[in-house]
Design a protein around this ligand. Structure first.
Ligand code: HEM
Length: 412
């Protein structure tokens, strides 16, 4: 790997790493580069939205964008999430303690299952655990490029789990939705009776776009992991930062307990410092100039979102520090580049991050704070705080700041 100035090689592929805000921002928005992080993970990621390029990407994105709109965020955040929170948090609140990691993935998994279109009972923790185990295997397949295991062995495991998933969860979900779509066509039900989810959106348009059954399967598998892991990760990091900041700023901790908008700002600031996916990869499709120098077609651009988000030339001398009250630089989003930018910018950005000031009015009945802020606020309202007797544990197997356990106490 190289620094910003040089080109290095990884397995014969020239690699250029970009770390500056402007360079990374520009590279994400270029049309003459393609997604390159998931080539080895095609067993899950082949032909899914994130790996498509050009017109096929534009067509699929247009279709799925129809689902990711304000009225639907409103339903997800204010109805679906409210139920999921109730189902998931209540047993932990009764027990007076929990592992924040478990709360995070159960909440995120249940919510993402609904968004993707897998019918799921969030009040059944065993079902949530089983689904999460499936999704973890999909992620192992998607991120094969980083795996130190035998890759063919991992692929075989992923395909076997994918078969079980297809039989036990996806086909029943498809059958239920097809029946509803037929009912709608026959006038036996109305639009409002159809679920708001990715699977329904794809099934209703399967004939218009090239969407064979295996592509639908991988798209749903991809959504399950794209939504679940980043949401759970963002929840833990947000609360970790709120509690650390609150130790020195007790007024802000009190504010966080009472003001969802403030928690949303903390979420954005936390996400800027610790993006769920800290690095994006692209491949140059032509010879081009990148960050002021010539790059050959086929070069891998490694875009360090985390470094760009902390670039002091844009974020100022405190760019590396958590400060939920900071002034956001002109032209930047409060979360930096953590939701990506350009054609592949995260479709779930408003779902998880909410709408920022000035966007609040359009068509919704209530403000949208984003699911992560709403979840974090619910944990704070339930009296959630780090367990003084059991500090959080960082995953020793990860080079990233990744918690493997985060004991908390709940209640007064
Ligand atoms: C805090 C939470 C999240 C973070 C930090 C995040 C981050 C990202 C990033 C950085 C990308 C772009 C990757 C690239 O350009 O290589 C992306 C794309 C994507 N994300 Fe998210 N994501 C989050 C939540 C979600 C959720 C909840 C969903 C859906 C339920 C979702 C669905 C997607 C999809 C479908 C894409 C691909 C978009 C495209 O290629 O057009 N994400 N996300």
């Amino acid at each position: 790997m190289s620094n910003q100035q040089g080109t290095n090689h990884a397995q014969g592929v020239p690699v250029v790493e970009l770390t500056g805000w402007r360079e990374v921002n520009d590279a994400l928005r270029r049309k003459d580069v393609r997604q390159a992080l998931y080539d080895e993970g095609a067993v899950v990621m082949g032909d899914c939205l994130l790996t498509l390029h050009g017109d096929p990407h534009r067509d699929r994105r247009r279709l799925e964008n129809r689902l990711f709109r304000r009225e639907v965020f409103d339903v997800w955040e204010n109805q679906l999430l409210a139920r999921t929170l109730d189902d998931t948090l209540t047993p932990f609140v009764r027990a007076g303690r929990a592992d924040l990691i478990v709360i995070g993935y159960r909440l995120a998994m249940s919510l993402t299952a609904h968004v993707a279109g897998i019918d799921h009972d969030s009040a059944d923790p065993d079902a949530t655990e089983r689904l999460y185990a499936v999704v973890k295997k999909f992620s192992e397949g998607a991120t094969l490029v980083h795996s130190t295991r035998d890759k063919d062995e991992v692929r075989a495991e992923v395909l076997s789990v994918m078969d079980d998933f297809d039989r036990d969860l996806l086909q029943p979900a498809i059958a239920r939705r097809r029946a509803l779509i037929d009912d709608l066509a026959a006038g036996r039900c109305s639009e409002a009776d159809l679920p708001h989810d990715v699977l329904t959106t794809l099934l209703r348009n399967q004939d218009r776009l090239d969407l064979p059954a295996d592509v639908v399967r991988r798209e749903i598998a991809f959504y399950l992991q794209a939504g679940a892991h980043s949401t759970a990760n963002a929840l833990t990091h947000t609360l970790d930062k709120v509690w650390a900041w609150g130790a020195d700023h007790p007024d802000d901790l009190e504010r966080a307990r009472n003001d969802k908008g403030f928690v949303q700002r903390c979420m954005h600031e936390s996400l800027r410092l610790d993006p769920a996916s800290p690095v994006a990869w692209r491949e140059a499709l032509t010879d081009m100039e990148v960050a002021g120098r010539e790059v050959r077609a086929g070069t891998r651009l490694v875009l360090d979102l985390k470094a760009a988000n902390r670039d002091v030339s844009v974020w100022g001398p405190t760019g590396n520090d958590f400060d939920p009250n900071r002034t956001i630089p002109d032209g930047a989003s409060p979360w930096g580049l953590s939701f990506g930018a350009g054609a592949h910018a995260c479709i779930g950005q408003e779902l998880d991050g909410g709408l920022v000031d000035g966007e609040m009015s359009g068509g919704t009945t209530q403000q949208l704070y984003g699911t992560v802020a709403v979840m974090a606020h619910a944990v704070l309202r339930a009296g959630g705080r780090p367990d003084p007797a059991a500090p959080p544990v960082l995953d020793p197997a990860s080079v990233r700041k990744h918690f493997s356990s985060y004991p908390i106490v709940l209640g007064a």
